[in-house]
Design a binder for this molecule. Sequence first.
Ligand code: FNR
Length: 183
Amino acid sequence: MSKNIAVLVGSLRKDSFSKAVAKNLSKLFPADFNLEVIEIGDLPLYNQDYDDLDQVPAAYTTFREKMQTMDAVLFVTPEYNRSVPAVLKNALDVGSRPYGASVWDNKPAEIVSVSPGAISGFGANHHLRQSLVFLNMPTVQQPEAYIGNVMNLLDDNGDVNNPDTIGFFQAIVDAFVALIKRY
Ligand code: FNR
């Protein structure tokens, strides 16, 4: 049976390394997995007052309805100040409410952190993992996906060509696909 996989990228930057990594990973899924990048940059900052049904921003409703159609979530994110970029945390918060109607509950997830640096977004990876525990998202444990020194992995078109890197990306995807199939 085909699966719908949401791709959430924690960078809005036009030439984002994280976007490029997400694109390369997306190509490695089985043909019956439909990958779709979900835009999160237009979501107003979460305000609990918006849970009042008269005030829900249209972008929230669009996002929540879209996410309800998804079977799993691939998170690809840079690290900002050793944590998750605000735009991605905001999307998590928006999707988690109103209370009892979270779009995240029980959806399998994969976390891939991306950085030009050697620490490879470890802080963002694990802060995000902490939220996903609370949101009840079964998340791939191994292989851990820390993509460091990312500018050395991408060519001018943002493609990965090194066979070792492609092999590692495939291992990340395979572990995620196996987890999704268990749910
Ligand atoms: C960064 N960057 C960064 N990198 C890192 O490895 N750890 C960090 O804590 C931070 N902190 C940080 C804060 C802010 C506000 C910015 C703008 C940047 C650098 C970051 O990894 C780099 O800009 C990446 O290129 C961002 O990812 P995208 O946009 O290329 O996907």
